[in-house]
Design a binder for this molecule. Structure first.
Ligand code: C2E
Ligand code: MG
Ligand code: MG
Ligand code: MG
Length: 284
């Protein structure tokens, strides 16, 4: 009897594993098809000059209009895309789409257009042998000037193999595009790599700004990061500004650029452009 029970138990377990595996394969297949079926969506979040609250740049953030489950945020599908290697296709699509949207904006309404667009690249992109060619092609086929494009990579990605990474980044920078370190302050404990890796922009992780109001130590920490950026000649963008108090503090601290729900949420290009045209958010 014990043997029979054990066997039944094993079968239940096996069936569940089987179901999970099928679910995963199903999601992977649907995600793979999403790119080709045109289900990915480009959203843009404003990066503002904090003192004037004027829009200066935008960050491209991907969404998936899943016909079965509705609009999906990156947290729901980027991990699977990274595990399966699909991410390089998603990033390639986003790169071209972001360049196209911003160039079209620059051509039709130069007075409201952002000065730059930044695009996120997952780790696997650095292993794509023709990454530089892909970036060059996105620029040439859309007409976006290279100086209007920023590529965002996280610290942990940049740290994987400093020699190889530096070489890839040098190639990209020779095109005229700029490199940003995303989520700065969360990934790596040594700052030495800032000397070895060619970067142009620091994006300070939002964990630095959460709880900054009324916390002097936290303010000193952020001031130190802002100073570090200035000393190294980097542009600094503080992420995750959610309140007016945080924004005011950053102005006092001498921060120049910021991004966050309080300053503008990610949204489709058309609605962002409509809000700018209606003057409900400031522009240059
Ligand atoms: P990230 O690059 O650090 O992007 C910022 C994330 O913080 C975005 O989440 C944005 O909506 C959110 N955010 C902005 N302001 C605030 C705020 O004030 N408070 C809070 N709590 N959050 C804020 P999202 O769009 O869900 O993207 C999450 C992450 O997914 C991104 O973090 C990025 O690492 C990744 N991701 C997004 N799009 C792409 C893409 O096209 N390719 C790749 N490889 N990764 C992407
Ligand atoms: Mg980013
Ligand atoms: Mg970030
Ligand atoms: Mg992040």
């Amino acid at each position: 009897a014990a043997k029979a029970a054990g066997r039944a138990c094993y079968q239940v377990f096996e069936t569940r594993m089987h179901e999970q595996l099928l679910d995963r394969l199903d999601q992977e297949t649907r995600l793979r098809e999403a790119v080709h079926r045109g289900e990915l969506r480009l959203h843009l979040q404003p990066v503002v000059e904090i003192a004037t609250r004027q829009l200066r740049g935008v960050e491209a953030l991907v969404r998936w209009e899943d016909p079965e489950h509705g609009l999906q945020q990156p947290g729901a599908f980027i991990p699977l895309a990274e595990e399966t290697g699909l991410i390089t296709e998603i990033d390639r699509w986003m790169l071209t789409e972001a360049c196209r949207a911003v160039q079209e904006w620059r051509e039709s309404s130069p007075e409201t257009a952002p000065k730059w667009v930044s695009v996120n690249l997952s780790a696997a992109n650095l292993e794509v042998p023709d990454l530089t060619d892909r970036v060059a092609y996105s620029l040439s086929s859309t007409g976006l000037p290279p100086e209007c494009l920023v590529l965002e990579l996280t610290e942990t990605v940049l740290m994987r193999d400093i020699a190889v990474t530096s070489e890839r980044l040098d190639e990209l920078r020779e095109l005229g595009v700029r490199i940003a370190i995303d989520d700065f302050g969360t990934g790596y404990s040594s700052l030495g790599y800032l000397r070895d890796i060619p970067v142009d922009v620091l994006k300070v992780d939002r964990s630095f700004i959460t709880g900054i109001v009324g916390n002097e130590r936290q303010q000193e920490l952020v001031s130190a990061v802002l100073q570090l950026g200035t000393t190294l000649g980097l542009k600094v963008v503080v992420e995750g500004v959610e309140t007016e108090e945080q924004a005011d503090l950053l102005v006092e601290m001498g921060d120049r650029f910021a991004q966050g729900y309080h300053l503008g949420r990610p949204e489709p290009v058309a609605s962002l452009r409509a809000r700018l045209a209606a003057d409900s958010i400031a522009v240059t």
